[in-house]
Design a protein around this ligand. Structure first.
Ligand code: KDG
Length: 337
């Protein structure tokens, strides 16, 4: 049973059983704590605001989203573990740092998987996204929706990266994820896994030379203050998951569960739109701050893509061959449309 069919069945049963109950009785007063590693002015903030507005409309003001930013409740992995134990309601997390909990999520970290946002949306909001979301309850998690972290580009303070050779020896921070580690080691860098909240200081002190993130994160986390070069690698598209604690979810009525899903989907559309609208503004701000931005010639990009092709095979067992096969089939279907 998918998440949606489970909610529908529970809602139908509740409505039949409690026909005489006043509808409002199925919605309790609630404060929902949600955390994220980025700053409040990141487009995740737009998604959270849209969710709160949706809650106001659907619960008559009974629900409050209490948002914590910049890893205030711990990094992505710590916050996700808090959901699993029922000590926190919600987190907006990248898929990459939690592959230790659900290894199949590593499929999203495969280099150069998605070519553009449109195909990412189609796969994440389609059957494949549902296939992944249906894996989460086993880990005591509910995925309410996929939001957008975005296409990742490399920043550094050593040199512009314009070819495969330019990666050589660069000390790059990557998310705590073996697939990113493999990718950047294969590119010849000295890659270091690190929680997002530690990146700015590590760049500022020179402990690392480089990091990789979407423009909106580079901008809203002020990485332009401690980085000199941005190279448009677009080497991966990272989704966010809007995860909810299953132990807490199970204490909600079917109607309340439906409100969570529907408001997270409304938040998704607002957040993605804000992410894409801000992206070019963020790039302009990054350039105004003095960072040198470069594209990489297509023949050099072809060599970089070729160099990391082996990452797929080396990580297939960890991710699951079926997961990779279903992803490639989903992509083929989307690209055929
Ligand atoms: O909570 C989201 C952030 O902490 C993080 O996942 C952002 O892309 C990110 C990174 O590089 O860790």
């Amino acid at each position: 049973m998918t998440l949606k069919s489970t909610i529908a069945a529970a809602l139908a049963a509740t409505m039949i059983a409690g026909m005489a109950m006043p509808a409002q009785a199925q919605i309790s007063e609630r404060t929902i704590r949600v955390s994220n590693g980025v700053a409040e002015d990141h487009p995740v903030g737009d998604g959270i605001a849209a969710m709160q507005q949706c809650f106001d409309e659907r619960t008559g003001g009974a629900w409050t989203l209490n948002a914590f930013w910049s890893s205030a409740l711990g990094d992505d992995l710590q916050a996700t573990q808090a959901l699993r134990s029922g000590t926190q309601e919600m987190v907006v997390t990248s898929t990459s740092p939690i592959v230790g909990i659900v290894p199949a999520l590593g499929v999203f970290d495969l280099p150069f998987l998605f070519a553009n946002e449109q195909e990412a949306d189609a796969v994440l909001d389609g059957e494949f996204g549902q296939y992944i979301s249906d894996m989460m309850p086993e880990a005591n998690l509910i995925n309410l929706a996929f939001w957008e972290n975005g296409f990742r580009n490399l920043t550094n303070s050593v040199r512009p990266v314009e070819s495969l050779e330019d990666f050589e020896g660069m000390r790059v921070r990557v998310m705590q994820n073996n697939i990113f580690l493999d990718t950047f080691q294969t590119l010849g860098t000295n890659a270091t896994p690190m929680a997002f909240g530690e990146v700015f200081t590590a760049l500022e002190t020179g402990a690392i030379d480089a990091q990789e993130n979407p423009y909106v994160t580079i901008d809203t986390s002020q990485f332009y203050e401690v980085q000199d070069y941005l190279s448009n690698t677009r080497h991966a598209y990272t989704p966010f998951m809007v995860l909810f604690s299953k132990p807490i979810w199970d204490s909600y009525s079917a109607e309340e569960q439906q409100i969570l899903v529907e408001c997270a989907e409304i938040g998704r559309d607002v957040q993605r739109e804000a992410s894409r609208a801000l992206s070019n503004e963020s790039l302009a701000r990054i350039q105004e701050a003095g960072m040198q931005v470069n594209d990489i010639p297509e023949e050099e990009m072809a060599e970089i893509r070729e160099a990391v092709q082996g990452v797929y095979e080396r990580n297939a067992e960890t991710i699951g061959q079926e997961v990779i096969d279903r992803m490639m089939a989903a992509l083929e279907e989307v690209r055929a449309q």
